[in-house]
Design a protein around this ligand. Sequence first.
Ligand code: ADP
Ligand code: MG
Length: 574
Amino acid sequence: MNPLLSRFFAYYAPYRGLFLLDFGCAVLSGLLELGFPIAVQAFIDRLLPGGQWGTIVLAGAALIAVYVLNTGLMAVVTYWGHMLGINIETEMRRKAFAHLQTLPFSYFDNVKTGQLVGRLTKDLEEIGEVAHHGPEDLFIAVMTLLGAFALMFTVHPGLAVLTAVIVPVVLWVTTRYGNRMTANWRRLYDSVGNFNVRIEENVGGIRVVQAFANEAHERELFARDNARYRSTKLEAYRIMAASTSLSYLSMRLTQMIVMVAGAYFVLRGGLSAGGFVGFLLLVNVFFRPIEKINSVIETYPKGVAGFRRYLDFLDTAPDIRDRPGARVAPALRGDIRFQDVSFGYGVGREVLSHVSLDIRPGETVAFVGPSGAGKTTLCSLLPRFYEVTGGRVTVDGQDIRDLTLASLRGQIGTVQQDVFLFGGTLRENIAYGRLGAGDAEILEAARRARLGEVIELLPQGLDTLIGERGVKLSGGQKQRLAIARMFLKNPPILILDEATSALDTATERAIQASLTELARGRTTLVIAHRLATIQNADRIVVVDESGIAEQGTHAELLARGGRYHQLHEAQARA
Ligand code: ADP
Ligand code: MG
């Protein structure tokens, strides 16, 4: 089977019961529709001439009963069929979100949020729709086409052959638009993605937009996307208009031709009145699947385009993941070794080349050096946010690639310059350090991060909403919140990446006290911009473009008169 199809049908497996119910009812309903023209034929040819009212009323009642049954079947198909669709959609969305979370930083370096949002919402909705209607519509269309033709043949072979000659023309007219529609829907989805990206970036960056008074520029960019979306959609409607009206015309033409030809056969005596009416009704039944094909032409390409994009996404392999046989890390002491480590982002030049460095358990090591030298990069290799391309990193003697990601990252805490906060309450944001922490622990962590007084002054305390990404907090408060998270998480290894660089010196000094307390008893890697903040580190490592330039204590490095000495002088003068 086509791999796309087989992957699609795999999603039906858990819902076999629902599928059979939906499918069975739909097929039964299709059969009842097929039987109706034959019933009418019998009614006209056999019951009418007899003129017995009792039988006629009885037959009418029987047909009503059949229609009531069919109504019930259609209700089942509408409700449980859609349930099947939404179940599959939900499962796909769950899978996509779970996959999203396994993807490494490098994936997100190159992706647009709005596109991803589109995939998880609109795309999957369309797939769900096809998952419900697709197989059922297709099967019933084929069944009705063949069934109706067989019945026509029994009524009048000559007329049936005539119809069979005309219908392929109708089919050709309606299906030739299918491929063009698929291509068009793909383009349409991409433009919806572009929309999402624009709106996302504008809402997130509205402060920048307004600060630069660049609203008109943004409107123009948006107008361009908007226009592209409009023209793609118009193209879709143009195709749709052509295909629906042409197929309408060809259907009606067929019916009229069949009617005139049928009249000829009636007059010549080869066709009864009932057969004539029955045949015309059969032609209608015959066309229903073709109409259905029209609606399938509308929904199916959307679903296929969406499903392809969904698979593309799902097939993006997370290249940083647990190795087969990866061990859960025991409680780490924090003996960290970078052994001949090389790394580069993508194909470009290497950012780190043959770097070696040993860090003892409990040691505080500071990294200083020019911006862009690779300090952040070096530290992000330790939690495996990026993977070394050469050499290895070990913790307590174990290659970090032999440990499970969760157990490794669970024991490393990172505080960065820009803290990402979620738009909930203070409580939720602090508790992100250890989900499920109680209020007493949260308040204790807040107190140690010197966030206690802030919380006490707030009328709603821990329940205070901090705004999207924490916009209602000051820079210093955000950092304190990040530190409170770390007190809760309590990891043996800590990375402080310019945690206070964005703050004024007074705030920095105040937060420094919390950081010193946080670092106590942990192996700590500090990246610092202002040298004054790391003078007491056990060791200072100077990183520059060539790698590790020199290392030692503050006093040793000053005495050496090298790179550190230069940096120190430069900052003292400033
Ligand atoms: P530092 O922290 O010392 O200022 P970084 O480690 O952030 O330096 O950056 C080192 C180099 O790697 C820089 O040239 C930077 O442009 C590049 N770089 C950093 N992050 C990425 C990324 N996510 N993708 C590609 N290049 C990056
Ligand atoms: Mg950095």
